[in-house]
Structure formats: structure tokens, C-alpha cells
Design a protein. Sequence first.
Length: 139
Amino acid sequence: MQQISLITLGIGDMARSTRFYAEGFGWTPVFETPEITFYQMNGLVFSTFLRAALEEDMNQTGLRPGGAYAMAHNVGSEGAVTALMERLITFGGSLLRAADAPEHGGFRGYVADPDGHPWEIAWNPAWPIDGAGHVTFGL
């Protein structure tokens, strides 16, 4: 079975992070403590965990965002890409790449959350999104 149950990001400031995810993306937390916030997604759980608490939980030190990865949030139209990117920037995100049309089609841009985690905001006409927000890979 191919499955991802939970994605957790280490963050520096819970209020700043919650503003970005709850107000920027419009996601509703399902559980919150001073150290961690959980969001029920469409098939998995997403969480933000204060970096120091995540380090303690993992028995590691010096965790930092960055690296060769990007998370993606697909939207239903080309116009929704720029609108959501602007909203995320308003709620604490930073622009990494302005929205444009890549060679392979669609429309996308990149925004980082307040802790530097990169998000691709994308519209791909070949990847349908159902009423529950599930994206289906398509060519």
C-alpha cells in the first residue's frame, strides 16, 4: 500500500505558522497545543511542531528547513494560483518564484512559509481535483 499518514514541519513560532496555514491557506486546525498543531487533510494529517520540541521528539539537534524538496498545493484554475500566492504572502509567506507557465503545461509559482518551507502553488489541467480535494495524477 502506498501511503503517507502524516507530514510534520518543524517551525520557530506557532502563532506565525498558524496565521500562515489557517488564515493563508484557510485550513482549520483539528488539534492544537502550544507545541504542535494538526490539520486533517484529504487522506493524511499535516502538522506544525515547534522545532525544539520536534528535535527533542526525534532525539536530534540543529534541524533546519530547506533542502531539495517542495510540497505542493494544487488549485482549480490558473487564476487561483496567483490569488492564493498573494494571500499566503499577506499571511507571512515569502515569494520564491512568481507564477508562470512551465514548458510541461499548467501554471505554477513558489511561496515559502514563515520558516522557509517551500510550497508550489499549481494549476494543472490534466490533474483533476475532486470535491474532497483529492488530486489525481494525469498526463
